[in-house]
Design a protein around this ligand. Sequence first.
Ligand SMILES: C[S@@+](CC[C@H](N)C(=O)[O-])C[C@H]1O[C@@H](n2cnc3c(N)ncnc32)[C@H](O)[C@@H]1O
Length: 248
Amino acid sequence: MNQTTTLLRDADLARAFDRASGTYDRLTGLNAGYRADLRRSARRLRLPAGGAGLHLLDAGCGTGASTAALLRAAPYARITAVDASAGMLRRAAAKPWPAGVRFVHAPVERLADAGVTGPFDAVFAGYLFRNVSDPDAVLAAVRALLREGGRLAVHDYSLSGSPVHRALWSAVCRAVVVPAGTLTGNRGLYRHLHGSVRAFDTAPRFAERMAAAGFTGVRVLPVPGWQTGIVHTFLASRPAPAPKGATA
Ligand SMILES: C[S@@+](CC[C@H](N)C(=O)[O-])C[C@H]1O[C@@H](n2cnc3c(N)ncnc32)[C@H](O)[C@@H]1O
């Protein structure tokens, strides 16, 4: 597959998600692990006391599957969920949510223009980073939005680096993902899904990228099932200030 012709970025990507928003929940519902794995990654943030008193950011919330996962992990938290696609966001906002959840239409790199400045106690990014044209810029933006000591969980398709997992991903796309996307009239977006996973960082490379962006305690965890080696949770923190009196 020629990846340069299948990858969508920025405004083209937002338009493709706008178009796909009506069938997105149905298609992701066909993947038994989609919502359960998001919930697992959100739980891995280990937010205390059900999130009471915390303000969380769901970056790239789409139709709200990651927002629901975050809410399950932290039912008492305040959640700001943002997305660059108006169509996806409309679907998310139309669902029933508790009063502490709000939705904002903006790219995560330009949240300040929408009046959102943080700081957030934690950020969750489900299937976002593989889609952005400049992951370093988005990591820098997320780091700036976090309070010191705040946590980041990234949940995404990021291949292990093993040829077996790369081949398995292409086989699943050819047999299931692209045909299902074509049936619902969104062939371009689902070819993008195939190509963007192949083009994205391997899990070890993305972990290095997080560390280079100034995050500490970076950890990479697998998910169970057929997506082992294909989907990972990445955990990290914005460094906390050194305790008073500590020497460098
Ligand atoms: C694959 S969907 C995932 C949605 C949701 N997090 C989930 O887990 O179902 C990726 C979402 O990221 C959004 N997105 C892509 N680039 C973005 C950016 N720079 N800022 C905010 N949202 C972005 C897209 O519009 C899309 O809704």
